[in-house]
Design a protein around this ligand. Sequence first.
Ligand SMILES: NC(=O)C1=CN([C@@H]2O[C@H](COP(=O)(O)OP(=O)(O)OC[C@H]3O[C@@H](n4cnc5c(N)ncnc54)[C@H](OP(=O)(O)O)[C@@H]3O)[C@@H](O)[C@H]2O)[C@@H](O)CC1
Ligand SMILES: [K+]
Length: 506
Amino acid sequence: MISAYTGTQIRAAEQPLLAAGMGAVLMQRASYGLANAVVHELRARGRRLYGASVAVLAGKGNNGGDGLFAASFLAARGMRTTAVLTGDAAHPEALAAFERAGGRVHVLTEANAGELAAHVAGADVVLDAILGTGAQGGLRGAAAALVSGLSNELPGLVVACDIPSGVDADTGEAHAPVLSADLTVTFGAAKAGLLADPGADHAGRVQVVPIGIEEHLPWPSLRRLEPADLGRLLPRPGRRSHKYSRGVLGVVAGSEDYPGAAVLACRGALSAGAGMVRYLGPPAVADLVRQSCPEVVCSTGSVADNRVQAWLVGSGMGPGDSEQLQRARDAVESGLPVIADAGALPALPDVLAPQVVLTPHAGELAALLDRLGADYDRSAVEANTLGAVRQAAVLTEATVLLKGPSTLVASPFQDFYSQADGTPWLATAGSGDVLAGIIGALLAQVGSDVGRFRNAGIDPDERWAAIAALGASLHGRAGTAAAEGGPFTAGRIADAVPAVWGRLAG
Ligand SMILES: NC(=O)C1=CN([C@@H]2O[C@H](COP(=O)(O)OP(=O)(O)OC[C@H]3O[C@@H](n4cnc5c(N)ncnc54)[C@H](OP(=O)(O)O)[C@@H]3O)[C@@H](O)[C@H]2O)[C@@H](O)CC1
Ligand SMILES: [K+]
Protein backbone atom coordinates (compact mmCIF):
# COMPACT_ATOMS: atom_id res chain seq x y z
CA MET A 1 0.00 0.00 0.00
CA ILE A 2 1.35 3.44 -0.85
CA SER A 3 0.56 5.95 1.89
CA ALA A 4 0.40 9.64 1.07
CA TYR A 5 0.29 12.63 3.38
CA THR A 6 -0.46 16.30 3.22
CA GLY A 7 2.46 18.72 3.20
CA THR A 8 1.39 19.77 6.70
CA GLN A 9 1.59 16.18 7.96
CA ILE A 10 5.07 15.76 6.48
CA ARG A 11 6.29 19.01 7.98
CA ALA A 12 4.91 17.97 11.37
CA ALA A 13 6.72 14.62 11.09
CA GLU A 14 9.98 16.47 10.36
CA GLN A 15 9.64 18.65 13.45
CA PRO A 16 11.04 16.23 16.08
CA LEU A 17 14.11 15.67 13.91
CA LEU A 18 14.55 19.38 13.21
CA ALA A 19 14.25 20.04 16.96
CA ALA A 20 17.02 17.47 17.49
CA GLY A 21 19.25 19.47 15.14
CA MET A 22 18.97 17.04 12.23
CA GLY A 23 17.75 19.51 9.57
CA ALA A 24 21.01 19.39 7.62
CA VAL A 25 21.06 15.58 7.75
CA LEU A 26 17.52 15.41 6.37
CA MET A 27 18.46 17.72 3.53
CA GLN A 28 21.54 15.64 2.71
CA ARG A 29 19.44 12.49 2.58
CA ALA A 30 16.85 14.19 0.39
CA SER A 31 19.30 15.76 -2.04
CA TYR A 32 21.49 12.66 -2.29
CA GLY A 33 18.39 10.60 -3.05
CA LEU A 34 17.34 13.14 -5.68
CA ALA A 35 20.75 13.06 -7.36
CA ASN A 36 20.77 9.25 -7.37
CA ALA A 37 17.31 9.19 -8.93
CA VAL A 38 18.54 11.47 -11.72
CA VAL A 39 21.58 9.26 -12.33
CA HIS A 40 19.41 6.15 -12.41
CA GLU A 41 16.91 7.73 -14.81
CA LEU A 42 19.61 8.93 -17.21
CA ARG A 43 21.20 5.48 -17.25
CA ALA A 44 17.80 3.87 -17.84
CA ARG A 45 17.43 6.15 -20.86
CA GLY A 46 20.86 5.12 -22.14
CA ARG A 47 22.31 8.61 -21.59
CA ARG A 48 25.91 9.32 -20.60
CA LEU A 49 26.34 11.16 -17.32
CA TYR A 50 29.73 12.66 -18.01
CA GLY A 51 29.36 16.00 -19.76
CA ALA A 52 25.56 16.02 -19.63
CA SER A 53 24.07 19.36 -18.56
CA VAL A 54 21.84 20.03 -15.55
CA ALA A 55 19.89 23.25 -14.97
CA VAL A 56 18.48 23.62 -11.47
CA LEU A 57 15.73 26.17 -10.89
CA ALA A 58 16.25 26.98 -7.22
CA GLY A 59 13.84 28.90 -5.00
CA LYS A 60 14.81 30.65 -1.79
CA GLY A 61 13.66 27.95 0.64
CA ASN A 62 14.71 24.44 1.55
CA ASN A 63 13.30 23.07 -1.69
CA GLY A 64 15.84 25.18 -3.54
CA GLY A 65 18.45 23.91 -1.07
CA ASP A 66 17.65 20.32 -1.99
CA GLY A 67 17.99 21.14 -5.68
CA LEU A 68 21.34 22.92 -5.28
CA PHE A 69 22.85 20.15 -3.13
CA ALA A 70 21.57 17.53 -5.60
CA ALA A 71 23.18 19.45 -8.47
CA SER A 72 26.48 19.58 -6.58
CA PHE A 73 26.37 15.78 -6.22
CA LEU A 74 25.71 15.55 -9.96
CA ALA A 75 28.65 17.88 -10.69
CA ALA A 76 30.84 15.42 -8.80
CA ARG A 77 29.72 12.76 -11.34
CA GLY A 78 31.00 14.92 -14.20
CA MET A 79 27.80 16.73 -15.12
CA ARG A 80 27.81 20.41 -16.14
CA THR A 81 25.61 22.37 -13.74
CA THR A 82 23.86 25.71 -13.95
CA ALA A 83 21.57 27.22 -11.32
CA VAL A 84 18.86 29.79 -11.88
CA LEU A 85 18.07 31.43 -8.54
CA THR A 86 14.44 32.46 -8.65
CA GLY A 87 14.13 34.22 -5.28
CA ASP A 88 15.78 37.16 -3.56
CA ALA A 89 17.94 34.68 -1.63
CA ALA A 90 19.14 31.08 -1.76
CA HIS A 91 19.87 28.41 0.82
CA PRO A 92 23.40 29.58 1.84
CA GLU A 93 25.09 26.22 2.51
CA ALA A 94 23.57 24.62 -0.55
CA LEU A 95 24.59 27.53 -2.78
CA ALA A 96 28.12 27.41 -1.39
CA ALA A 97 28.31 23.65 -2.07
CA PHE A 98 26.98 24.19 -5.58
CA GLU A 99 29.58 26.85 -6.34
CA ARG A 100 32.40 24.78 -4.81
CA ALA A 101 31.42 21.97 -7.16
CA GLY A 102 31.96 24.31 -10.13
CA GLY A 103 28.33 25.25 -10.89
CA ARG A 104 27.44 28.47 -12.72
CA VAL A 105 24.87 30.75 -11.09
CA HIS A 106 22.35 33.09 -12.74
CA VAL A 107 20.05 35.34 -10.77
CA LEU A 108 16.62 35.48 -12.40
CA THR A 109 15.08 38.88 -13.15
CA GLU A 110 12.06 39.96 -15.18
CA ALA A 111 14.53 41.18 -17.81
CA ASN A 112 16.49 37.94 -18.31
CA ALA A 113 13.62 35.42 -17.88
CA GLY A 114 13.27 34.81 -21.64
CA GLU A 115 16.99 34.36 -22.20
CA LEU A 116 17.33 32.00 -19.23
CA ALA A 117 14.27 30.02 -20.37
CA ALA A 118 16.05 29.37 -23.68
CA HIS A 119 19.19 28.28 -21.83
CA VAL A 120 17.26 25.98 -19.47
CA ALA A 121 15.31 24.44 -22.34
CA GLY A 122 18.56 23.18 -23.84
CA ALA A 123 19.66 21.29 -20.69
CA ASP A 124 19.74 17.51 -20.60
CA VAL A 125 18.19 17.60 -17.12
CA VAL A 126 15.99 20.31 -15.58
CA LEU A 127 15.54 20.16 -11.80
CA ASP A 128 12.47 22.06 -10.60
CA ALA A 129 13.35 23.13 -7.05
CA ILE A 130 11.52 26.46 -6.88
CA LEU A 131 8.71 25.66 -4.44
CA GLY A 132 8.08 22.72 -2.15
CA THR A 133 5.83 22.07 0.81
CA GLY A 134 6.40 25.58 2.19
CA ALA A 135 4.74 27.27 -0.79
CA GLN A 136 1.73 29.53 -0.60
CA GLY A 137 0.01 29.49 -3.99
CA GLY A 138 1.89 29.24 -7.26
CA LEU A 139 4.85 30.79 -9.05
CA ARG A 140 4.90 34.56 -9.27
CA GLY A 141 6.76 37.27 -11.16
CA ALA A 142 9.95 36.33 -12.97
CA ALA A 143 9.72 32.65 -11.86
CA ALA A 144 6.27 32.42 -13.46
CA ALA A 145 7.61 34.09 -16.63
CA LEU A 146 10.54 31.66 -16.76
CA VAL A 147 8.34 28.57 -16.43
CA SER A 148 5.77 29.95 -18.88
CA GLY A 149 8.63 30.39 -21.33
CA LEU A 150 9.51 26.69 -21.07
CA SER A 151 7.50 24.36 -23.21
CA ASN A 152 5.86 21.52 -21.33
CA GLU A 153 7.54 19.18 -23.82
CA LEU A 154 11.16 19.88 -23.04
CA PRO A 155 13.63 17.61 -24.83
CA GLY A 156 15.56 16.93 -21.63
CA LEU A 157 14.54 15.04 -18.51
CA VAL A 158 12.41 17.16 -16.14
CA VAL A 159 12.64 16.15 -12.50
CA ALA A 160 10.56 17.83 -9.79
CA CYS A 161 12.18 18.16 -6.39
CA ASP A 162 9.60 16.95 -3.82
CA ILE A 163 6.63 18.28 -5.81
CA PRO A 164 6.22 20.19 -9.10
CA SER A 165 6.37 23.87 -8.12
CA GLY A 166 2.87 25.34 -8.05
CA VAL A 167 1.14 22.05 -7.18
CA ASP A 168 -0.53 22.06 -3.77
CA ALA A 169 0.94 19.18 -1.77
CA ASP A 170 -2.29 18.71 0.20
CA THR A 171 -4.90 18.79 -2.56
CA GLY A 172 -3.19 18.39 -5.94
CA GLU A 173 -4.54 21.74 -7.13
CA ALA A 174 -2.20 23.23 -9.74
CA HIS A 175 -1.52 26.95 -9.80
CA ALA A 176 -0.40 27.72 -13.35
CA PRO A 177 2.20 27.84 -14.72
CA VAL A 178 3.48 24.43 -13.64
CA LEU A 179 6.41 22.68 -15.29
CA SER A 180 5.24 19.10 -15.91
CA ALA A 181 7.81 16.58 -14.74
CA ASP A 182 8.81 13.20 -16.09
CA LEU A 183 9.75 12.17 -12.57
CA THR A 184 8.96 13.59 -9.15
CA VAL A 185 11.37 12.62 -6.40
CA THR A 186 9.55 13.21 -3.15
CA PHE A 187 10.99 13.09 0.36
CA GLY A 188 9.91 11.15 3.43
CA ALA A 189 6.65 9.90 1.90
CA ALA A 190 4.37 10.58 -1.05
CA LYS A 191 2.36 13.79 -0.88
CA ALA A 192 -1.40 13.46 -1.38
CA GLY A 193 -1.27 16.15 -4.07
CA LEU A 194 0.96 13.91 -6.23
CA LEU A 195 -1.69 11.17 -6.37
CA ALA A 196 -4.71 13.37 -7.13
CA ASP A 197 -5.40 15.22 -10.38
CA PRO A 198 -4.42 17.71 -11.63
CA GLY A 199 -1.26 17.38 -9.48
CA ALA A 200 -0.77 13.83 -10.75
CA ASP A 201 -0.95 15.12 -14.34
CA HIS A 202 2.16 17.21 -13.65
CA ALA A 203 4.06 14.78 -11.42
CA GLY A 204 5.00 12.05 -13.90
CA ARG A 205 6.38 8.98 -12.15
CA VAL A 206 6.61 9.44 -8.38
CA GLN A 207 9.60 8.09 -6.46
CA VAL A 208 9.84 8.31 -2.68
CA VAL A 209 13.21 8.87 -1.00
CA PRO A 210 13.10 7.84 2.68
CA ILE A 211 14.73 10.45 4.93
CA GLY A 212 14.10 8.98 8.37
CA ILE A 213 10.80 10.66 9.31
CA GLU A 214 8.76 7.49 8.81
CA GLU A 215 8.20 6.67 12.49
CA HIS A 216 6.75 10.15 13.04
CA LEU A 217 4.17 9.93 10.28
CA PRO A 218 0.48 9.92 11.29
CA TRP A 219 -2.41 8.01 9.69
CA PRO A 220 -2.14 8.68 5.94
CA SER A 221 -4.49 11.13 4.32
CA LEU A 222 -4.70 9.04 1.15
CA ARG A 223 -3.68 5.51 0.15
CA ARG A 224 -3.13 3.50 -3.00
CA LEU A 225 -3.63 -0.26 -3.18
CA GLU A 226 -0.70 -2.10 -4.74
CA PRO A 227 -0.65 -5.60 -6.25
CA ALA A 228 0.06 -7.35 -2.91
CA ASP A 229 -2.97 -5.59 -1.33
CA LEU A 230 -5.16 -6.43 -4.28
CA GLY A 231 -4.12 -10.08 -4.10
CA ARG A 232 -5.03 -10.17 -0.38
CA LEU A 233 -8.42 -8.57 -0.91
CA LEU A 234 -9.58 -10.61 -3.90
CA PRO A 235 -11.84 -13.50 -2.79
CA ARG A 236 -11.25 -17.16 -3.63
CA PRO A 237 -14.12 -19.65 -3.60
CA GLY A 238 -13.87 -22.36 -0.94
CA ARG A 239 -14.17 -26.06 -1.68
CA ARG A 240 -17.83 -26.04 -0.69
CA SER A 241 -18.76 -22.71 -2.24
CA HIS A 242 -21.81 -22.58 -4.46
CA LYS A 243 -23.12 -19.86 -6.69
CA TYR A 244 -25.26 -18.32 -3.95
CA SER A 245 -22.57 -18.38 -1.28
CA ARG A 246 -20.08 -16.76 -3.66
CA GLY A 247 -22.35 -13.72 -3.96
CA VAL A 248 -25.30 -12.79 -6.13
CA LEU A 249 -25.41 -9.34 -7.74
CA GLY A 250 -28.72 -7.81 -8.79
CA VAL A 251 -28.42 -5.49 -11.80
CA VAL A 252 -30.93 -2.72 -12.43
CA ALA A 253 -29.51 -1.08 -15.55
CA GLY A 254 -30.17 -0.31 -19.20
CA SER A 255 -33.13 1.18 -20.97
CA GLU A 256 -34.64 0.99 -24.43
CA ASP A 257 -32.34 3.86 -25.41
CA TYR A 258 -29.23 2.34 -23.85
CA PRO A 259 -29.69 -1.43 -23.69
CA GLY A 260 -25.96 -2.05 -24.16
CA ALA A 261 -25.15 -0.56 -20.76
CA ALA A 262 -27.01 -3.44 -19.09
CA VAL A 263 -25.05 -5.97 -21.13
CA LEU A 264 -21.71 -4.36 -20.31
CA ALA A 265 -22.53 -4.05 -16.60
CA CYS A 266 -23.46 -7.75 -16.55
CA ARG A 267 -20.31 -8.70 -18.43
CA GLY A 268 -18.23 -6.70 -15.94
CA ALA A 269 -19.93 -8.45 -13.03
CA LEU A 270 -19.53 -11.93 -14.52
CA SER A 271 -15.86 -11.30 -15.26
CA ALA A 272 -15.22 -10.23 -11.66
CA GLY A 273 -16.39 -13.40 -9.99
CA ALA A 274 -20.05 -12.89 -9.02
CA GLY A 275 -21.53 -16.32 -8.25
CA MET A 276 -24.61 -15.25 -10.14
CA VAL A 277 -25.99 -12.13 -11.79
CA ARG A 278 -29.72 -11.39 -11.74
CA TYR A 279 -30.99 -8.78 -14.18
CA LEU A 280 -34.11 -6.68 -13.61
CA GLY A 281 -35.31 -4.37 -16.35
CA PRO A 282 -37.46 -3.81 -19.44
CA PRO A 283 -38.24 -7.02 -21.41
CA ALA A 284 -36.49 -5.81 -24.57
CA VAL A 285 -33.31 -5.13 -22.61
CA ALA A 286 -33.62 -8.44 -20.78
CA ASP A 287 -33.79 -10.21 -24.17
CA LEU A 288 -30.54 -8.57 -25.25
CA VAL A 289 -28.89 -9.43 -21.93
CA ARG A 290 -29.98 -13.08 -22.30
CA GLN A 291 -28.60 -13.27 -25.82
CA SER A 292 -25.31 -11.59 -24.94
CA CYS A 293 -24.75 -13.23 -21.56
CA PRO A 294 -26.64 -16.52 -21.24
CA GLU A 295 -25.20 -16.88 -17.71
CA VAL A 296 -27.38 -14.02 -16.43
CA VAL A 297 -30.74 -14.86 -14.85
CA CYS A 298 -33.33 -12.32 -15.93
CA SER A 299 -36.04 -11.74 -13.37
CA THR A 300 -39.11 -9.61 -13.25
CA GLY A 301 -40.74 -7.98 -10.31
CA SER A 302 -39.50 -5.79 -7.55
CA VAL A 303 -36.20 -5.46 -5.76
CA ALA A 304 -37.75 -7.06 -2.66
CA ASP A 305 -38.68 -10.19 -4.65
CA ASN A 306 -35.07 -10.89 -5.62
CA ARG A 307 -32.54 -12.27 -3.15
CA VAL A 308 -29.10 -10.86 -3.73
CA GLN A 309 -26.05 -9.76 -1.72
CA ALA A 310 -25.59 -6.43 -3.53
CA TRP A 311 -27.22 -4.24 -6.17
CA LEU A 312 -25.88 -2.37 -9.18
CA VAL A 313 -28.21 0.45 -10.27
CA GLY A 314 -28.25 3.22 -12.84
CA SER A 315 -25.97 2.40 -15.79
CA GLY A 316 -27.73 3.33 -19.05
CA MET A 317 -30.82 4.70 -17.29
CA GLY A 318 -32.40 8.11 -17.89
CA PRO A 319 -34.78 10.38 -16.02
CA GLY A 320 -37.79 8.92 -17.87
CA ASP A 321 -37.16 5.32 -16.73
CA SER A 322 -39.46 5.62 -13.75
CA GLU A 323 -39.88 1.92 -13.02
CA GLN A 324 -36.12 1.33 -13.09
CA LEU A 325 -35.44 4.42 -10.98
CA GLN A 326 -37.94 3.19 -8.39
CA ARG A 327 -36.02 -0.09 -8.29
CA ALA A 328 -32.82 1.90 -7.77
CA ARG A 329 -34.35 3.71 -4.78
CA ASP A 330 -35.66 0.42 -3.40
CA ALA A 331 -32.20 -1.11 -3.69
CA VAL A 332 -30.73 1.72 -1.63
CA GLU A 333 -33.61 1.44 0.84
CA SER A 334 -32.89 -2.30 1.30
CA GLY A 335 -29.71 -1.50 3.25
CA LEU A 336 -27.68 -3.89 1.07
CA PRO A 337 -24.47 -2.67 -0.56
CA VAL A 338 -25.27 -0.76 -3.74
CA ILE A 339 -23.15 0.60 -6.56
CA ALA A 340 -25.06 3.54 -8.05
CA ASP A 341 -23.95 4.87 -11.41
CA ALA A 342 -25.02 7.34 -14.10
CA GLY A 343 -28.83 7.69 -14.28
CA ALA A 344 -29.31 6.66 -10.65
CA LEU A 345 -27.17 9.50 -9.28
CA PRO A 346 -29.75 12.29 -9.63
CA ALA A 347 -32.61 10.02 -8.54
CA LEU A 348 -31.43 8.87 -5.12
CA PRO A 349 -32.11 10.57 -1.78
CA ASP A 350 -29.63 13.29 -0.81
CA VAL A 351 -28.39 11.45 2.26
CA LEU A 352 -27.31 7.84 1.82
CA ALA A 353 -25.03 5.45 3.71
CA PRO A 354 -21.40 4.21 3.51
CA GLN A 355 -22.35 0.92 1.79
CA VAL A 356 -23.77 2.92 -1.12
CA VAL A 357 -20.95 3.54 -3.62
CA LEU A 358 -21.58 6.40 -6.05
CA THR A 359 -19.45 6.39 -9.22
CA PRO A 360 -19.78 9.77 -10.95
CA HIS A 361 -17.46 11.25 -13.56
CA ALA A 362 -16.48 14.90 -13.09
CA GLY A 363 -19.62 16.32 -14.73
CA GLU A 364 -21.93 14.06 -12.73
CA LEU A 365 -20.10 14.90 -9.51
CA ALA A 366 -20.48 18.62 -10.22
CA ALA A 367 -24.23 18.11 -10.77
CA LEU A 368 -24.50 16.10 -7.53
CA LEU A 369 -22.62 18.73 -5.52
CA ASP A 370 -24.66 21.49 -7.09
CA ARG A 371 -27.86 19.71 -6.10
CA LEU A 372 -26.59 19.46 -2.53
CA GLY A 373 -25.88 23.20 -2.40
CA ALA A 374 -22.11 23.14 -2.93
CA ASP A 375 -20.83 25.57 -5.53
CA TYR A 376 -19.08 23.38 -8.13
CA ASP A 377 -19.11 23.10 -11.89
CA ARG A 378 -17.24 20.53 -13.94
CA SER A 379 -14.07 22.60 -14.24
CA ALA A 380 -14.06 23.27 -10.48
CA VAL A 381 -14.24 19.51 -9.85
CA GLU A 382 -11.41 18.90 -12.30
CA ALA A 383 -9.31 21.62 -10.67
CA ASN A 384 -9.67 20.08 -7.19
CA THR A 385 -10.67 16.44 -7.50
CA LEU A 386 -9.72 15.55 -3.94
CA GLY A 387 -11.66 18.46 -2.45
CA ALA A 388 -14.72 17.70 -4.56
CA VAL A 389 -14.85 13.98 -3.79
CA ARG A 390 -14.29 14.69 -0.10
CA GLN A 391 -17.16 17.15 -0.01
CA ALA A 392 -19.49 14.78 -1.86
CA ALA A 393 -18.78 11.98 0.63
CA VAL A 394 -19.40 14.33 3.56
CA LEU A 395 -22.67 15.65 2.14
CA THR A 396 -24.12 12.34 0.92
CA GLU A 397 -22.66 10.15 3.72
CA ALA A 398 -22.02 7.65 0.91
CA THR A 399 -18.77 6.29 -0.51
CA VAL A 400 -17.92 8.33 -3.59
CA LEU A 401 -15.66 7.22 -6.45
CA LEU A 402 -14.66 9.91 -8.95
CA LYS A 403 -13.58 8.39 -12.26
CA GLY A 404 -10.52 9.87 -13.92
CA PRO A 405 -6.88 9.19 -14.79
CA SER A 406 -6.35 9.04 -11.03
CA THR A 407 -9.58 7.52 -9.76
CA LEU A 408 -10.31 8.84 -6.28
CA VAL A 409 -12.46 7.18 -3.65
CA ALA A 410 -13.65 8.96 -0.51
CA SER A 411 -15.45 7.34 2.38
CA PRO A 412 -17.85 9.40 4.49
CA PHE A 413 -15.42 8.81 7.39
CA GLN A 414 -12.72 10.62 5.37
CA ASP A 415 -10.61 7.70 4.23
CA PHE A 416 -9.26 8.23 0.71
CA TYR A 417 -7.85 6.03 -2.03
CA SER A 418 -6.29 6.95 -5.34
CA GLN A 419 -5.80 4.32 -8.05
CA ALA A 420 -4.05 5.07 -11.33
CA ASP A 421 -3.59 1.66 -12.92
CA GLY A 422 -5.31 2.35 -16.23
CA THR A 423 -4.56 3.71 -19.66
CA PRO A 424 -6.06 6.72 -21.48
CA TRP A 425 -7.60 4.18 -23.89
CA LEU A 426 -10.09 3.39 -21.09
CA ALA A 427 -11.92 6.61 -21.99
CA THR A 428 -14.30 4.71 -24.26
CA ALA A 429 -18.09 4.31 -24.31
CA GLY A 430 -19.28 1.61 -21.93
CA SER A 431 -16.09 1.58 -19.85
CA GLY A 432 -17.98 2.96 -16.83
CA ASP A 433 -20.68 0.28 -17.16
CA VAL A 434 -18.01 -2.42 -16.94
CA LEU A 435 -16.49 -0.68 -13.90
CA ALA A 436 -19.89 -0.63 -12.21
CA GLY A 437 -20.24 -4.36 -12.91
CA ILE A 438 -16.81 -5.12 -11.46
CA ILE A 439 -17.46 -3.13 -8.28
CA GLY A 440 -20.93 -4.65 -7.97
CA ALA A 441 -19.50 -8.17 -8.18
CA LEU A 442 -16.92 -7.33 -5.51
CA LEU A 443 -19.55 -5.84 -3.20
CA ALA A 444 -21.61 -9.03 -3.56
CA GLN A 445 -18.62 -11.26 -2.82
CA VAL A 446 -16.72 -9.52 -0.03
CA GLY A 447 -19.11 -6.88 1.31
CA SER A 448 -19.83 -8.86 4.48
CA ASP A 449 -16.35 -10.38 4.82
CA VAL A 450 -15.19 -8.04 7.58
CA GLY A 451 -12.18 -10.15 8.55
CA ARG A 452 -10.66 -9.92 5.06
CA PHE A 453 -10.31 -6.16 5.47
CA ARG A 454 -9.12 -6.23 9.05
CA ASN A 455 -6.36 -8.65 8.03
CA ALA A 456 -5.31 -6.27 5.26
CA GLY A 457 -4.98 -3.35 7.70
CA ILE A 458 -8.26 -1.72 6.61
CA ASP A 459 -10.83 -0.58 9.16
CA PRO A 460 -13.90 -2.77 8.44
CA ASP A 461 -16.13 0.33 8.53
CA GLU A 462 -14.04 1.71 5.67
CA ARG A 463 -14.27 -1.43 3.55
CA TRP A 464 -16.69 0.04 1.03
CA ALA A 465 -14.07 2.55 -0.07
CA ALA A 466 -11.45 -0.22 -0.27
CA ILE A 467 -13.80 -2.35 -2.40
CA ALA A 468 -14.40 0.57 -4.76
CA ALA A 469 -10.62 1.15 -4.99
CA LEU A 470 -10.08 -2.57 -5.62
CA GLY A 471 -12.65 -2.45 -8.43
CA ALA A 472 -11.07 0.66 -9.95
CA SER A 473 -7.67 -1.00 -9.92
CA LEU A 474 -8.94 -4.23 -11.51
CA HIS A 475 -10.73 -2.20 -14.18
CA GLY A 476 -7.63 -0.08 -14.85
CA ARG A 477 -5.33 -3.08 -15.03
CA ALA A 478 -7.76 -4.95 -17.28
CA GLY A 479 -7.90 -1.92 -19.58
CA THR A 480 -4.11 -1.77 -19.69
CA ALA A 481 -3.99 -5.48 -20.53
CA ALA A 482 -6.70 -5.09 -23.20
CA ALA A 483 -5.00 -2.08 -24.80
CA GLU A 484 -1.84 -3.79 -26.08
CA GLY A 485 -0.76 -0.27 -26.96
CA GLY A 486 -3.87 0.53 -29.00
CA PRO A 487 -7.61 1.11 -28.77
CA PHE A 488 -10.18 -1.43 -27.60
CA THR A 489 -13.90 -1.55 -26.97
CA ALA A 490 -15.42 -1.73 -23.48
CA GLY A 491 -16.35 -5.42 -23.67
CA ARG A 492 -12.66 -6.25 -23.96
CA ILE A 493 -12.07 -4.76 -20.50
CA ALA A 494 -14.40 -7.38 -19.05
CA ASP A 495 -12.71 -10.10 -21.11
CA ALA A 496 -9.33 -9.11 -19.65
CA VAL A 497 -10.40 -9.14 -15.98
CA PRO A 498 -10.05 -12.89 -15.23
CA ALA A 499 -6.40 -13.07 -16.35
CA VAL A 500 -5.54 -9.88 -14.43
CA TRP A 501 -7.30 -11.31 -11.38
CA GLY A 502 -5.41 -14.58 -11.75
CA ARG A 503 -2.04 -12.82 -11.85
CA LEU A 504 -2.86 -10.70 -8.79
CA ALA A 505 -4.29 -13.57 -6.75
CA GLY A 506 -1.57 -15.95 -8.06
N1 LIG B 1 12.17 20.90 6.70
C1 LIG B 1 13.20 20.11 6.42
O1 LIG B 1 14.04 19.87 7.22
C2 LIG B 1 13.31 19.48 5.12
C3 LIG B 1 12.72 20.04 4.02
N2 LIG B 1 12.94 19.56 2.81
C4 LIG B 1 12.62 20.34 1.64
O2 LIG B 1 12.18 21.59 2.00
C5 LIG B 1 10.96 21.90 1.34
C6 LIG B 1 10.17 22.82 2.18
O3 LIG B 1 11.02 23.90 2.42
P1 LIG B 1 10.53 25.33 2.93
O4 LIG B 1 9.71 25.14 4.12
O5 LIG B 1 11.73 26.16 3.06
O6 LIG B 1 9.62 25.82 1.77
P2 LIG B 1 9.85 25.89 0.18
O7 LIG B 1 8.68 25.27 -0.40
O8 LIG B 1 11.20 25.46 -0.23
O9 LIG B 1 9.98 27.44 -0.12
C7 LIG B 1 9.06 28.28 0.06
C8 LIG B 1 9.84 29.56 0.35
O10 LIG B 1 9.57 30.41 -0.69
C9 LIG B 1 8.71 31.47 -0.29
N3 LIG B 1 7.44 31.30 -0.98
C10 LIG B 1 6.30 30.72 -0.54
N4 LIG B 1 5.37 30.71 -1.49
C11 LIG B 1 5.92 31.31 -2.55
C12 LIG B 1 5.46 31.60 -3.85
N5 LIG B 1 4.20 31.28 -4.23
N6 LIG B 1 6.30 32.20 -4.70
C13 LIG B 1 7.55 32.52 -4.33
N7 LIG B 1 8.03 32.27 -3.10
C14 LIG B 1 7.24 31.68 -2.23
C15 LIG B 1 8.62 31.39 1.20
O11 LIG B 1 9.28 32.50 1.72
P3 LIG B 1 8.49 33.82 2.17
O12 LIG B 1 7.80 34.31 0.92
O13 LIG B 1 7.56 33.35 3.23
O14 LIG B 1 9.57 34.72 2.62
C16 LIG B 1 9.36 30.13 1.60
O15 LIG B 1 10.50 30.38 2.36
C17 LIG B 1 10.34 20.58 1.05
O16 LIG B 1 9.47 20.63 -0.05
C18 LIG B 1 11.56 19.74 0.77
O17 LIG B 1 11.98 19.92 -0.57
C19 LIG B 1 13.76 18.36 2.63
O18 LIG B 1 15.05 18.81 2.37
C20 LIG B 1 13.78 17.49 3.83
C21 LIG B 1 14.14 18.26 5.05
K1 LIG C 1 9.66 21.75 -6.55
